[in-house]
Design a binder for this molecule. Structure first.
Ligand code: FAD
Ligand code: SF4
Length: 482
Protein backbone atom coordinates (compact mmCIF):
# COMPACT_ATOMS: atom_id res chain seq x y z
CA UNK A 1 0.00 0.00 0.00
CA UNK A 2 1.12 3.53 -0.66
CA UNK A 3 2.87 5.26 2.23
CA UNK A 4 1.76 8.72 1.13
CA UNK A 5 -1.00 10.61 2.87
CA UNK A 6 -4.36 8.99 2.19
CA UNK A 7 -6.48 11.01 -0.18
CA UNK A 8 -9.40 11.25 2.20
CA UNK A 9 -7.40 13.46 4.58
CA UNK A 10 -8.34 16.35 2.31
CA UNK A 11 -10.44 18.63 4.48
CA UNK A 12 -14.04 18.37 3.31
CA UNK A 13 -16.39 21.15 4.38
CA UNK A 14 -19.24 19.56 6.29
CA UNK A 15 -21.84 20.45 8.86
CA UNK A 16 -21.24 18.02 11.69
CA UNK A 17 -18.29 15.71 11.12
CA UNK A 18 -18.98 13.60 14.20
CA UNK A 19 -22.43 12.65 13.01
CA UNK A 20 -21.67 12.16 9.33
CA UNK A 21 -21.64 8.64 8.02
CA UNK A 22 -18.27 7.84 6.47
CA UNK A 23 -19.94 6.68 3.32
CA UNK A 24 -21.57 10.07 2.87
CA UNK A 25 -18.21 11.71 3.39
CA UNK A 26 -16.65 9.56 0.71
CA UNK A 27 -19.52 10.40 -1.63
CA UNK A 28 -19.09 14.05 -0.84
CA UNK A 29 -15.39 13.72 -1.36
CA UNK A 30 -16.04 12.26 -4.79
CA UNK A 31 -18.28 15.14 -5.72
CA UNK A 32 -15.88 17.81 -4.56
CA UNK A 33 -12.60 16.17 -5.43
CA UNK A 34 -13.82 14.01 -8.32
CA UNK A 35 -11.05 15.44 -10.46
CA UNK A 36 -8.04 13.46 -9.29
CA UNK A 37 -4.61 14.58 -10.29
CA UNK A 38 -2.25 11.76 -11.32
CA UNK A 39 -0.49 11.64 -7.93
CA UNK A 40 -3.63 11.46 -5.79
CA UNK A 41 -5.24 8.98 -8.18
CA UNK A 42 -2.16 6.79 -7.90
CA UNK A 43 -2.28 7.06 -4.09
CA UNK A 44 -5.90 6.02 -3.96
CA UNK A 45 -5.39 3.19 -6.49
CA UNK A 46 -2.38 2.07 -4.45
CA UNK A 47 -4.64 1.32 -1.48
CA UNK A 48 -5.93 -1.79 -3.30
CA UNK A 49 -4.83 -4.89 -1.39
CA UNK A 50 -4.98 -7.14 -4.50
CA UNK A 51 -6.76 -9.73 -2.42
CA UNK A 52 -6.70 -13.24 -3.84
CA UNK A 53 -10.39 -13.22 -4.71
CA UNK A 54 -11.40 -9.95 -6.40
CA UNK A 55 -14.81 -9.58 -4.75
CA UNK A 56 -15.15 -6.13 -6.34
CA UNK A 57 -14.93 -7.63 -9.85
CA UNK A 58 -17.64 -10.15 -9.10
CA UNK A 59 -19.97 -7.60 -7.63
CA UNK A 60 -19.45 -5.25 -10.59
CA UNK A 61 -22.16 -6.14 -13.15
CA UNK A 62 -19.75 -5.80 -16.11
CA UNK A 63 -16.99 -7.60 -14.18
CA UNK A 64 -14.43 -4.88 -14.65
CA UNK A 65 -10.78 -5.88 -14.17
CA UNK A 66 -10.66 -3.52 -11.21
CA UNK A 67 -7.45 -4.54 -9.38
CA UNK A 68 -5.61 -4.65 -12.72
CA UNK A 69 -6.52 -1.13 -13.78
CA UNK A 70 -5.95 0.14 -10.25
CA UNK A 71 -2.43 -1.24 -10.53
CA UNK A 72 -1.91 0.45 -13.91
CA UNK A 73 -3.06 3.78 -12.46
CA UNK A 74 -0.76 3.32 -9.50
CA UNK A 75 2.10 2.75 -11.96
CA UNK A 76 1.09 5.84 -13.94
CA UNK A 77 0.18 3.79 -17.02
CA UNK A 78 -2.99 5.68 -17.83
CA UNK A 79 -3.52 4.74 -21.48
CA UNK A 80 -3.16 1.04 -20.71
CA UNK A 81 -5.67 1.47 -17.87
CA UNK A 82 -8.09 3.16 -20.27
CA UNK A 83 -7.77 0.34 -22.84
CA UNK A 84 -8.27 -2.26 -20.13
CA UNK A 85 -11.26 -0.53 -18.58
CA UNK A 86 -12.91 -0.41 -22.03
CA UNK A 87 -12.43 -4.15 -22.47
CA UNK A 88 -15.37 -4.73 -20.11
CA UNK A 89 -17.29 -1.46 -19.99
CA UNK A 90 -18.50 0.73 -22.86
CA UNK A 91 -19.23 3.71 -20.58
CA UNK A 92 -16.68 3.58 -17.74
CA UNK A 93 -16.65 7.33 -17.17
CA UNK A 94 -20.45 7.28 -16.83
CA UNK A 95 -20.60 4.25 -14.51
CA UNK A 96 -17.82 5.75 -12.41
CA UNK A 97 -20.15 8.69 -11.83
CA UNK A 98 -23.59 7.13 -11.45
CA UNK A 99 -23.26 3.50 -10.31
CA UNK A 100 -24.47 2.87 -6.76
CA UNK A 101 -20.92 1.79 -5.84
CA UNK A 102 -21.81 1.25 -2.18
CA UNK A 103 -24.07 -1.62 -3.29
CA UNK A 104 -21.66 -2.89 -5.97
CA UNK A 105 -17.88 -2.77 -6.34
CA UNK A 106 -17.01 -0.60 -3.34
CA UNK A 107 -19.48 -2.42 -1.12
CA UNK A 108 -17.55 -5.62 -1.87
CA UNK A 109 -14.07 -4.11 -1.39
CA UNK A 110 -12.16 -5.88 1.39
CA UNK A 111 -11.23 -2.49 2.82
CA UNK A 112 -14.87 -1.52 3.15
CA UNK A 113 -15.68 -1.56 6.84
CA UNK A 114 -19.33 -0.95 6.12
CA UNK A 115 -21.58 1.58 7.71
CA UNK A 116 -21.54 2.06 11.45
CA UNK A 117 -17.91 3.04 11.82
CA UNK A 118 -18.05 6.82 11.80
CA UNK A 119 -16.05 7.07 15.01
CA UNK A 120 -13.15 5.13 13.53
CA UNK A 121 -13.43 7.03 10.33
CA UNK A 122 -13.25 10.33 12.22
CA UNK A 123 -9.90 9.16 13.62
CA UNK A 124 -8.60 7.92 10.28
CA UNK A 125 -10.47 9.09 7.21
CA UNK A 126 -8.12 7.12 4.96
CA UNK A 127 -9.78 3.82 5.78
CA UNK A 128 -12.72 2.32 3.92
CA UNK A 129 -13.23 1.01 0.42
CA UNK A 130 -10.98 2.10 -2.41
CA UNK A 131 -12.93 4.79 -4.27
CA UNK A 132 -13.23 2.57 -7.34
CA UNK A 133 -15.92 4.58 -9.12
CA UNK A 134 -14.01 7.84 -8.85
CA UNK A 135 -10.87 6.18 -10.26
CA UNK A 136 -12.81 4.57 -13.10
CA UNK A 137 -14.17 7.99 -14.03
CA UNK A 138 -10.71 9.55 -13.72
CA UNK A 139 -9.11 7.00 -16.04
CA UNK A 140 -11.24 7.80 -19.07
CA UNK A 141 -11.67 11.52 -18.37
CA UNK A 142 -7.93 12.05 -18.01
CA UNK A 143 -6.87 9.66 -20.80
CA UNK A 144 -9.20 11.37 -23.29
CA UNK A 145 -7.94 14.75 -22.17
CA UNK A 146 -4.40 13.57 -22.93
CA UNK A 147 -5.36 12.31 -26.37
CA UNK A 148 -6.16 8.64 -25.81
CA UNK A 149 -8.67 7.11 -28.24
CA UNK A 150 -9.95 3.50 -28.31
CA UNK A 151 -7.49 1.32 -30.20
CA UNK A 152 -9.26 0.11 -33.34
CA UNK A 153 -6.07 -0.84 -35.20
CA UNK A 154 -6.77 -4.59 -35.08
CA UNK A 155 -10.36 -4.38 -36.32
CA UNK A 156 -11.08 -6.23 -39.57
CA UNK A 157 -14.16 -4.76 -41.30
CA UNK A 158 -16.94 -7.10 -42.40
CA UNK A 159 -19.83 -6.36 -44.77
CA UNK A 160 -22.39 -6.74 -41.95
CA UNK A 161 -24.61 -3.89 -40.74
CA UNK A 162 -26.82 -3.82 -37.66
CA UNK A 163 -29.55 -1.32 -36.80
CA UNK A 164 -29.66 -0.35 -33.13
CA UNK A 165 -32.84 1.32 -31.88
CA UNK A 166 -32.13 3.47 -28.85
CA UNK A 167 -28.98 5.46 -28.07
CA UNK A 168 -29.21 4.76 -24.33
CA UNK A 169 -26.66 2.70 -22.37
CA UNK A 170 -27.92 -0.61 -23.83
CA UNK A 171 -27.75 0.62 -27.43
CA UNK A 172 -24.34 2.22 -26.90
CA UNK A 173 -22.99 -0.94 -25.25
CA UNK A 174 -24.23 -3.01 -28.19
CA UNK A 175 -22.82 -0.61 -30.81
CA UNK A 176 -19.44 -0.56 -29.03
CA UNK A 177 -18.98 -4.33 -29.25
CA UNK A 178 -20.28 -4.55 -32.82
CA UNK A 179 -17.97 -1.86 -34.19
CA UNK A 180 -14.99 -3.42 -32.43
CA UNK A 181 -15.75 -6.61 -34.38
CA UNK A 182 -15.96 -4.91 -37.77
CA UNK A 183 -19.77 -4.78 -37.90
CA UNK A 184 -21.25 -1.39 -38.80
CA UNK A 185 -23.78 -0.21 -36.18
CA UNK A 186 -26.29 2.48 -37.15
CA UNK A 187 -27.99 3.79 -34.00
CA UNK A 188 -31.44 5.36 -34.30
CA UNK A 189 -32.98 7.53 -31.58
CA UNK A 190 -36.07 9.69 -31.40
CA UNK A 191 -34.25 12.34 -29.39
CA UNK A 192 -31.86 14.98 -30.70
CA UNK A 193 -29.04 13.82 -28.41
CA UNK A 194 -27.62 10.39 -27.62
CA UNK A 195 -27.60 8.89 -24.11
CA UNK A 196 -31.24 8.01 -23.43
CA UNK A 197 -31.81 8.50 -19.70
CA UNK A 198 -28.17 9.52 -19.31
CA UNK A 199 -29.11 12.74 -21.07
CA UNK A 200 -32.85 13.02 -20.43
CA UNK A 201 -33.28 11.39 -17.01
CA UNK A 202 -30.23 11.54 -14.75
CA UNK A 203 -29.85 15.18 -13.67
CA UNK A 204 -26.75 17.18 -14.62
CA UNK A 205 -25.58 17.50 -11.01
CA UNK A 206 -25.05 13.70 -11.06
CA UNK A 207 -23.81 13.38 -14.63
CA UNK A 208 -22.53 16.36 -16.59
CA UNK A 209 -24.00 16.32 -20.07
CA UNK A 210 -20.62 17.07 -21.69
CA UNK A 211 -19.53 13.58 -20.64
CA UNK A 212 -22.15 12.04 -22.95
CA UNK A 213 -21.12 14.42 -25.74
CA UNK A 214 -17.49 13.31 -25.41
CA UNK A 215 -18.63 9.67 -25.55
CA UNK A 216 -20.53 10.43 -28.74
CA UNK A 217 -17.37 11.86 -30.31
CA UNK A 218 -15.38 8.78 -29.24
CA UNK A 219 -17.97 6.41 -30.69
CA UNK A 220 -18.30 8.32 -33.95
CA UNK A 221 -14.52 8.21 -34.20
CA UNK A 222 -14.74 4.42 -33.88
CA UNK A 223 -17.21 4.22 -36.78
CA UNK A 224 -20.59 4.21 -35.01
CA UNK A 225 -23.22 6.15 -36.96
CA UNK A 226 -26.07 7.97 -35.17
CA UNK A 227 -29.38 8.81 -36.84
CA UNK A 228 -31.16 11.10 -34.38
CA UNK A 229 -34.60 12.76 -34.29
CA UNK A 230 -35.95 9.55 -35.80
CA UNK A 231 -38.64 7.58 -33.99
CA UNK A 232 -38.98 4.07 -35.33
CA UNK A 233 -42.63 3.26 -35.89
CA UNK A 234 -43.42 6.92 -36.52
CA UNK A 235 -40.74 8.60 -38.65
CA UNK A 236 -39.54 5.33 -40.14
CA UNK A 237 -41.12 1.89 -40.47
CA UNK A 238 -39.54 -0.97 -38.54
CA UNK A 239 -39.81 -3.05 -41.71
CA UNK A 240 -37.24 -0.76 -43.38
CA UNK A 241 -34.70 -1.69 -40.71
CA UNK A 242 -35.46 -5.40 -40.99
CA UNK A 243 -35.00 -5.22 -44.77
CA UNK A 244 -31.95 -2.97 -44.74
CA UNK A 245 -29.82 -4.59 -42.03
CA UNK A 246 -28.47 -8.02 -41.13
CA UNK A 247 -29.91 -7.83 -37.60
CA UNK A 248 -31.69 -5.33 -35.33
CA UNK A 249 -31.07 -4.55 -31.65
CA UNK A 250 -33.83 -3.02 -29.52
CA UNK A 251 -32.62 -0.93 -26.58
CA UNK A 252 -35.63 1.32 -26.18
CA UNK A 253 -35.90 1.50 -22.41
CA UNK A 254 -39.06 1.54 -20.33
CA UNK A 255 -41.29 4.58 -20.46
CA UNK A 256 -44.78 3.98 -19.03
CA UNK A 257 -45.10 6.16 -15.95
CA UNK A 258 -46.47 4.37 -12.89
CA UNK A 259 -49.53 6.10 -11.46
CA UNK A 260 -50.81 6.20 -7.90
CA UNK A 261 -54.37 5.38 -8.92
CA UNK A 262 -55.87 8.02 -6.59
CA UNK A 263 -58.15 10.94 -7.47
CA UNK A 264 -56.67 14.23 -8.67
CA UNK A 265 -53.68 12.91 -10.63
CA UNK A 266 -54.97 14.74 -13.72
CA UNK A 267 -55.21 18.15 -12.06
CA UNK A 268 -53.21 21.01 -13.50
CA UNK A 269 -49.91 21.34 -11.64
CA UNK A 270 -49.40 17.58 -11.29
CA UNK A 271 -46.46 16.21 -13.29
CA UNK A 272 -44.82 12.89 -13.93
CA UNK A 273 -41.15 12.73 -12.95
CA UNK A 274 -39.61 12.28 -16.37
CA UNK A 275 -41.32 15.19 -18.20
CA UNK A 276 -40.21 17.42 -15.33
CA UNK A 277 -36.60 16.21 -15.50
CA UNK A 278 -36.57 16.37 -19.31
CA UNK A 279 -37.93 19.92 -19.37
CA UNK A 280 -35.15 20.91 -16.98
CA UNK A 281 -32.45 19.29 -19.14
CA UNK A 282 -33.89 20.76 -22.34
CA UNK A 283 -33.59 24.22 -20.86
CA UNK A 284 -30.06 23.60 -19.58
CA UNK A 285 -28.95 22.25 -22.95
CA UNK A 286 -30.74 25.09 -24.78
CA UNK A 287 -32.73 22.63 -26.89
CA UNK A 288 -36.26 23.25 -25.68
CA UNK A 289 -38.72 23.46 -28.57
CA UNK A 290 -41.21 25.61 -26.70
CA UNK A 291 -40.25 27.67 -23.61
CA UNK A 292 -43.78 27.15 -22.24
CA UNK A 293 -43.01 23.45 -21.83
CA UNK A 294 -40.50 24.27 -19.08
CA UNK A 295 -41.89 23.13 -15.72
CA UNK A 296 -40.84 25.97 -13.46
CA UNK A 297 -40.72 25.44 -9.70
CA UNK A 298 -39.60 28.95 -8.80
CA UNK A 299 -41.57 30.24 -5.80
CA UNK A 300 -43.77 27.11 -5.69
CA UNK A 301 -44.58 24.71 -2.88
CA UNK A 302 -43.51 21.42 -4.43
CA UNK A 303 -44.50 17.98 -3.15
CA UNK A 304 -42.65 14.98 -4.56
CA UNK A 305 -44.35 11.60 -4.12
CA UNK A 306 -42.09 8.55 -4.05
CA UNK A 307 -39.00 7.27 -2.28
CA UNK A 308 -36.72 5.92 -5.01
CA UNK A 309 -33.77 7.49 -6.77
CA UNK A 310 -36.01 9.12 -9.38
CA UNK A 311 -37.88 10.86 -6.56
CA UNK A 312 -34.53 12.03 -5.13
CA UNK A 313 -33.54 13.36 -8.56
CA UNK A 314 -36.83 15.28 -8.71
CA UNK A 315 -36.30 16.65 -5.19
CA UNK A 316 -32.79 17.78 -5.98
CA UNK A 317 -33.74 19.24 -9.35
CA UNK A 318 -36.72 21.12 -7.88
CA UNK A 319 -34.69 22.55 -5.00
CA UNK A 320 -32.26 24.03 -7.54
CA UNK A 321 -35.06 26.09 -9.11
CA UNK A 322 -35.61 28.36 -6.08
CA UNK A 323 -38.97 26.94 -4.97
CA UNK A 324 -40.76 28.14 -1.84
CA UNK A 325 -40.39 24.64 -0.42
CA UNK A 326 -39.83 21.03 -1.50
CA UNK A 327 -41.44 18.25 0.53
CA UNK A 328 -40.98 14.57 -0.23
CA UNK A 329 -43.68 12.20 1.05
CA UNK A 330 -43.00 8.49 1.21
CA UNK A 331 -45.23 5.70 2.52
CA UNK A 332 -42.60 3.74 4.47
CA UNK A 333 -40.00 4.93 6.98
CA UNK A 334 -36.54 6.25 6.18
CA UNK A 335 -34.78 2.91 6.65
CA UNK A 336 -37.11 1.23 4.17
CA UNK A 337 -36.74 3.83 1.44
CA UNK A 338 -35.62 2.31 -1.85
CA UNK A 339 -33.55 5.40 -2.75
CA UNK A 340 -29.85 5.32 -1.98
CA UNK A 341 -28.91 6.69 1.43
CA UNK A 342 -26.42 8.95 -0.22
CA UNK A 343 -29.09 10.61 -2.35
CA UNK A 344 -31.50 10.99 0.58
CA UNK A 345 -28.70 12.60 2.60
CA UNK A 346 -27.86 14.92 -0.30
CA UNK A 347 -31.51 15.93 -0.69
CA UNK A 348 -31.84 16.61 3.03
CA UNK A 349 -28.70 18.67 3.11
CA UNK A 350 -29.92 20.74 0.18
CA UNK A 351 -33.08 21.61 2.09
CA UNK A 352 -35.69 19.03 1.05
CA UNK A 353 -38.10 18.19 3.86
CA UNK A 354 -39.05 14.52 4.21
CA UNK A 355 -42.34 13.22 5.50
CA UNK A 356 -41.96 9.51 6.17
CA UNK A 357 -44.86 7.11 6.63
CA UNK A 358 -47.26 9.19 4.56
CA UNK A 359 -49.43 7.49 1.96
CA UNK A 360 -51.03 9.78 -0.64
CA UNK A 361 -54.71 9.07 -1.13
CA UNK A 362 -55.82 12.10 -3.15
CA UNK A 363 -54.50 15.19 -4.86
CA UNK A 364 -56.90 17.94 -3.90
CA UNK A 365 -57.86 21.12 -5.75
CA UNK A 366 -60.58 22.56 -7.99
CA UNK A 367 -58.83 22.91 -11.34
CA UNK A 368 -55.31 23.32 -10.09
CA UNK A 369 -53.59 21.32 -7.39
CA UNK A 370 -53.95 22.82 -3.91
CA UNK A 371 -52.56 20.02 -1.79
CA UNK A 372 -51.94 16.32 -1.30
CA UNK A 373 -54.15 14.39 1.09
CA UNK A 374 -52.11 11.74 2.91
CA UNK A 375 -52.69 9.28 5.72
CA UNK A 376 -50.07 8.26 8.23
CA UNK A 377 -48.88 4.67 7.95
CA UNK A 378 -47.17 2.16 10.17
CA UNK A 379 -45.25 -0.84 8.89
CA UNK A 380 -47.09 -4.16 9.04
CA UNK A 381 -46.26 -7.70 8.02
CA UNK A 382 -43.60 -8.42 5.38
CA UNK A 383 -44.78 -8.98 1.78
CA UNK A 384 -43.59 -11.74 -0.61
CA UNK A 385 -40.29 -9.87 -1.12
CA UNK A 386 -39.80 -9.45 2.62
CA UNK A 387 -40.64 -5.73 2.66
CA UNK A 388 -43.01 -4.66 5.41
CA UNK A 389 -46.30 -3.41 4.02
CA UNK A 390 -47.43 0.06 5.08
CA UNK A 391 -50.77 -0.01 6.92
CA UNK A 392 -52.97 3.05 7.23
CA UNK A 393 -53.44 4.54 10.71
CA UNK A 394 -57.21 5.23 10.94
CA UNK A 395 -58.21 8.87 11.30
CA UNK A 396 -54.75 10.20 10.42
CA UNK A 397 -55.63 12.13 7.26
CA UNK A 398 -53.97 15.48 6.62
CA UNK A 399 -53.46 17.75 3.61
CA UNK A 400 -49.98 18.91 2.64
CA UNK A 401 -50.38 22.27 0.86
CA UNK A 402 -48.89 22.22 -2.65
CA UNK A 403 -48.77 24.26 -5.86
CA UNK A 404 -46.94 21.55 -7.80
CA UNK A 405 -46.89 17.78 -7.33
CA UNK A 406 -44.40 15.43 -8.96
CA UNK A 407 -45.32 11.76 -9.16
CA UNK A 408 -42.18 9.62 -9.05
CA UNK A 409 -43.43 6.07 -8.64
CA UNK A 410 -41.17 4.54 -11.30
CA UNK A 411 -41.65 3.13 -14.77
CA UNK A 412 -43.14 0.14 -16.52
CA UNK A 413 -42.27 -1.17 -19.98
CA UNK A 414 -44.12 0.27 -22.96
CA UNK A 415 -44.28 -2.45 -25.64
CA UNK A 416 -44.71 -0.92 -29.09
CA UNK A 417 -47.89 -1.54 -31.10
CA UNK A 418 -45.77 -2.96 -33.94
CA UNK A 419 -44.18 -5.70 -31.80
CA UNK A 420 -46.93 -8.19 -32.55
CA UNK A 421 -46.64 -7.78 -36.31
CA UNK A 422 -42.96 -8.74 -36.08
CA UNK A 423 -43.43 -11.57 -33.56
CA UNK A 424 -41.57 -9.76 -30.76
CA UNK A 425 -43.13 -11.32 -27.68
CA UNK A 426 -43.29 -9.75 -24.23
CA UNK A 427 -43.90 -11.30 -20.82
CA UNK A 428 -46.86 -10.62 -18.52
CA UNK A 429 -45.18 -7.41 -17.30
CA UNK A 430 -44.59 -6.10 -20.82
CA UNK A 431 -40.85 -6.85 -20.88
CA UNK A 432 -39.42 -8.08 -24.17
CA UNK A 433 -38.57 -11.77 -24.00
CA UNK A 434 -34.83 -12.09 -24.70
CA UNK A 435 -32.78 -14.50 -22.65
CA UNK A 436 -29.06 -14.48 -21.86
CA UNK A 437 -29.31 -18.29 -21.90
CA UNK A 438 -30.84 -18.62 -25.39
CA UNK A 439 -28.96 -20.24 -28.28
CA UNK A 440 -27.94 -16.71 -29.28
CA UNK A 441 -27.73 -14.43 -26.25
CA UNK A 442 -30.57 -11.92 -25.93
CA UNK A 443 -32.27 -13.06 -29.14
CA UNK A 444 -35.99 -12.25 -29.09
CA UNK A 445 -38.74 -14.48 -30.41
CA UNK A 446 -37.92 -13.08 -33.87
CA UNK A 447 -34.50 -14.60 -34.72
CA UNK A 448 -33.25 -11.47 -36.50
CA UNK A 449 -34.06 -9.21 -33.55
CA UNK A 450 -32.13 -8.90 -30.27
CA UNK A 451 -32.87 -6.80 -27.20
CA UNK A 452 -31.44 -5.73 -23.83
CA UNK A 453 -31.45 -3.11 -21.10
CA UNK A 454 -34.49 -1.75 -19.29
CA UNK A 455 -36.95 -3.01 -21.91
CA UNK A 456 -35.87 -6.61 -21.10
CA UNK A 457 -35.17 -6.47 -17.35
CA UNK A 458 -37.41 -3.53 -16.35
CA UNK A 459 -36.06 -0.28 -14.87
CA UNK A 460 -32.65 -0.92 -13.44
CA UNK A 461 -29.19 0.59 -13.76
CA UNK A 462 -26.93 2.09 -16.38
CA UNK A 463 -24.29 -0.57 -15.81
CA UNK A 464 -26.72 -3.49 -16.23
CA UNK A 465 -28.09 -1.96 -19.44
CA UNK A 466 -24.53 -1.57 -20.77
CA UNK A 467 -23.79 -5.17 -19.87
CA UNK A 468 -26.88 -6.51 -21.62
CA UNK A 469 -26.25 -4.39 -24.72
CA UNK A 470 -22.73 -5.79 -24.92
CA UNK A 471 -23.90 -9.35 -24.35
CA UNK A 472 -26.64 -8.98 -26.97
CA UNK A 473 -23.97 -7.78 -29.42
CA UNK A 474 -22.08 -11.01 -28.79
CA UNK A 475 -25.31 -12.89 -29.52
CA UNK A 476 -25.63 -10.93 -32.77
CA UNK A 477 -22.01 -11.67 -33.74
CA UNK A 478 -22.64 -15.40 -33.21
CA UNK A 479 -25.89 -15.18 -35.18
CA UNK A 480 -24.09 -13.41 -38.05
CA UNK A 481 -21.18 -15.84 -37.76
CA UNK A 482 -18.69 -12.97 -37.55
P1 FAD B 1 -32.78 4.27 -21.97
O1 FAD B 1 -31.67 4.93 -21.27
O2 FAD B 1 -34.15 4.61 -21.56
O3 FAD B 1 -32.59 4.53 -23.52
C1 FAD B 1 -33.57 4.15 -24.45
C2 FAD B 1 -33.47 5.01 -25.68
O4 FAD B 1 -34.33 4.48 -26.69
C3 FAD B 1 -33.91 6.45 -25.45
O5 FAD B 1 -32.91 7.33 -25.91
C4 FAD B 1 -35.18 6.58 -26.30
O6 FAD B 1 -35.32 7.88 -26.87
C5 FAD B 1 -34.93 5.56 -27.38
N1 FAD B 1 -36.17 5.09 -28.02
C6 FAD B 1 -37.24 4.52 -27.42
N2 FAD B 1 -38.17 4.21 -28.34
C7 FAD B 1 -37.67 4.58 -29.55
C8 FAD B 1 -38.16 4.51 -30.89
N3 FAD B 1 -39.35 3.99 -31.18
N4 FAD B 1 -37.39 5.00 -31.89
C9 FAD B 1 -36.16 5.54 -31.62
N5 FAD B 1 -35.66 5.64 -30.37
C10 FAD B 1 -36.39 5.15 -29.35
N6 FAD B 1 -29.11 4.30 -13.17
C11 FAD B 1 -27.92 4.31 -12.53
O7 FAD B 1 -27.13 3.36 -12.68
N7 FAD B 1 -27.56 5.36 -11.74
C12 FAD B 1 -28.37 6.45 -11.57
O8 FAD B 1 -28.01 7.38 -10.85
C13 FAD B 1 -29.62 6.46 -12.24
N8 FAD B 1 -30.43 7.53 -12.12
C14 FAD B 1 -31.62 7.53 -12.80
C15 FAD B 1 -32.43 8.64 -12.71
C16 FAD B 1 -33.64 8.68 -13.39
C17 FAD B 1 -34.51 9.89 -13.25
C18 FAD B 1 -34.05 7.57 -14.15
C19 FAD B 1 -35.37 7.60 -14.87
C20 FAD B 1 -33.24 6.46 -14.27
C21 FAD B 1 -32.02 6.43 -13.60
N9 FAD B 1 -31.17 5.34 -13.68
C22 FAD B 1 -29.97 5.35 -13.04
C23 FAD B 1 -31.53 4.16 -14.51
C24 FAD B 1 -30.82 4.18 -15.87
O9 FAD B 1 -30.82 5.48 -16.40
C25 FAD B 1 -31.48 3.20 -16.83
O10 FAD B 1 -31.53 1.93 -16.22
C26 FAD B 1 -30.71 3.09 -18.15
O11 FAD B 1 -30.61 4.35 -18.77
C27 FAD B 1 -31.40 2.10 -19.10
O12 FAD B 1 -30.74 2.10 -20.34
P2 FAD B 1 -31.50 1.66 -21.67
O13 FAD B 1 -30.52 1.85 -22.76
O14 FAD B 1 -32.10 0.33 -21.48
O15 FAD B 1 -32.72 2.68 -21.83
FE1 SF4 C 1 -18.08 -0.16 -9.78
FE2 SF4 C 1 -20.01 0.38 -11.56
FE3 SF4 C 1 -17.45 0.71 -12.23
FE4 SF4 C 1 -18.43 -1.75 -11.90
S1 SF4 C 1 -19.02 -0.28 -13.47
S2 SF4 C 1 -16.45 -0.96 -11.12
S3 SF4 C 1 -19.90 -1.41 -10.22
S4 SF4 C 1 -18.54 1.87 -10.65
Amino acid sequence: MSKTKPLLFIDIPRQNPAKRDARERIAEFKEIYGQFDPRTAADQAGRCLHCGIPYCEWKCPVHNYIPNWLQLVNEGNLFAAAELSHRTNSLPEVCGRVCPQDRLCEGACTLNDGPGWPEREALDPGIGAVTIGAIEKYITDEAVKRGWRPDMSGVVPTDKRVAVIGAGPAGLGCADILVRHGVKPVVYDRYSQIGGLLTFGIPPFKLEKEVVQTRRELMEGMGVEFVLNTEIGKDMFFQELLDGYDAVFLGMGTYTYMKGGFPGEDLSGVYDALPFLISNVNRLLGIEQNPREFIDMRGQRVVVLGGGDTAMDCNRTAIRQQPAKVTCAYRRDEINMPGSRREVANAKEEGVEFLWNRQPIEIVGEERVEGVKVTTTRLGTPDARGRRTPEVVPGSEEVIPADRVIIAFGFRPNPQPWFEEFNIQVDERGRVKASPLGHFKYQTTNPKIFSGGDMVRGSDLVVTAVFEGREAARGILDYLEV
